[in-house]
Design a protein around this ligand. Structure first.
Ligand code: PGA
Length: 213
């Protein structure tokens, strides 16, 4: 037991997260690293498609996705709720309390192909026959939030992206079916032997998440 404990106190832990999870994981890392100062942590941030490539190449110990790939030998464990909401400039005066279809002719700021956020929005639009007439691609959540705040258009974005920003920066619209819900999941490749540091971090996420059972 003591050896197991010592094993966990040293070594490296390579974590790779989708860009939107960078709002979720770093605040947790402080507590984890303070409790286990001997573990050397590296954190990679990339979009969903880039993270799937890293997973295929077995580059990291733990991956954080909201939509893990479905066709790979992995273990995925949900630990925290993720909500996608529709945001508009604070002085927006267009439709509100409405459907997403009734916003389709607004300029909509969207993440790039390969983004998990984008994938979820595309799936919702396909299912509901919605096509945006003025889409604009912006490859960063922060850039999208700032562009919305200054009046460029509306966007659908994880509420985590809005944490730690002035509350009057942007306005949350009330749109049917929104927020869309999914969960942040800790993903590991089944063929990679799990280090003590990795299983310790997964346990830590379980204890600090909001998923029970
Ligand atoms: P993204 O992923 O940063 O690639 O948009 C977010 C997600 O998977 O929810």
């Amino acid at each position: 037991y003591i050896q197991a404990l010592q094993g966990m106190e040293t070594g490296t832990l390579k974590i790779a997260v989708v860009t939107t999870a960078k709002y979720v994981i770093p605040p947790l890392l402080a507590d984890f690293c303070n409790a286990h100062p001997g573990i050397e942590v590296t954190l990679k941030v990339a979009n969903r498609a880039q993270l799937i490539e890293r997973l295929k190449n077995n580059q990291d110990d733990i991956y954080i996705f909201s939509q893990p790939p479905e066709d790979m030998p992995i273990t995925a464990e949900a630990f925290l709720l993720n909500k996608l909401s529709v945001i508009a400039p604070h002085n927006y005066s267009g439709p509100d309390h409405c459907t997403l279809a009734s916003l389709a002719d607004q300029r909509v700021l969207l993440r790039e192909q390969g983004s998990g956020t984008r994938k979820l929005i595309d799936e919702y639009c396909r299912k509901n026959g919605i096509e945006f007439t003025q889409p604009m691609i912006i490859e960063s959540n922060e850039a999208i939030r700032l562009a919305v705040a200054t009046g460029l258009g509306i966007a659908i974005i994880s509420e985590h992206t809005l944490a730690h920003t002035p509350t009057d920066d942007v306005k949350l619209l009330s749109v049917n079916d929104f927020p869309l819900h999914n969960h942040w999941q800790a993903v590991t490749l089944n063929s990679r032997p799990e280090s003590l540091a990795a299983s310790g971090f997964k346990q830590f996420l379980r204890e600090h998440g909001d998923v029970t059972g």
